[in-house]
Design a protein around this ligand. Structure first.
Ligand code: GRF
Length: 198
């Protein structure tokens, strides 16, 4: 299975995919890593694994007064050129419009560090932790879902509840969330590979 992975940050989820391929737990190949931020450490991880990288920032489009869906369409061209079977948004911090999504129907999956229907959008880990402190939620979680234009709302492929202990700091809770992310992102790709087999 040909994977294109989109990142914006440290790339620890990308690393989880790289490691699972290297240890033969995933029968897949990452054919391209795209980052919209040139400073993303995940680019170092991709380079160390010998994976082709593309830095594709939105800023030049914004500075030229060009619309987001032109960026999304150009990004789709770049990604399509690598003929992916699956596009994995692993800490990708840019909402993709139909100008991108319509090019890859059902082929884009996203990692979100909250459970379905809770805390869509950014800063979900911190928002979950604060809600726990206010007694509004009993635990956190994360999920991998198919991407549709509505943010963090597509069909859920894998999810994992992440408990919060009363004496957990935000950092400790965040570590537990990231460990769960690394498990479910590999499991979601494994399920897609299984689905694609006759
Ligand atoms: C993850 O929590 C992801 O859900 C969020 O940022 C983090 C990405 O981590 N958007 P990494 O870049 O994979 O380490």
């Amino acid at each position: 299975m040909r994977l294109v992975v989109l990142i914006s940050g440290s790339g620890s989820n990308l690393q989880a995919i790289i490691d699972s391929i290297a240890s033969r737990h995933l029968d897949a190949e990452i054919v391209l890593v795209v980052s919209n931020r040139k400073s993303a450490y995940g680019l170092e991880r991709a380079a160390a694994a010998g994976i082709p990288c593309l830095i594709f920032p939105f800023k030049p489009y914004r500075d030229a007064g060009q619309p987001r869906d032109l960026y999304d369409a150009d990004l789709a061209d770049q990604v399509a050129a690598h003929t992916p079977d699956l596009i994995v948004l692993a800490g990708w911090m840019h909402i993709l419009s139909p100008a991108f999504l319509d090019r890859f129907p059902g082929q884009v999956i996203n990692l979100h560090p909250a459970l379905p229907g809770t805390f869509p959008g950014t800063d979900a880990i911190h928002r979950t932790y604060e809600a726990y402190r206010r007694g509004e939620v009993q635990h956190g979680g994360c999920m991998i879902h198919t991407v549709i234009p509505e943010v963090d709302a597509g069909e859920v492929i894998v999810k994992e509840i992440v408990p919060i202990m009363p004496d957990d700091t935000l950092e400790q809770f965040e570590e537990h969330i990231h460990s769960a992310e690394h498990r479910i992102i590999v499991e979601a790709i494994r399920r897609r590979i299984k689905q694609s087999q006759p």
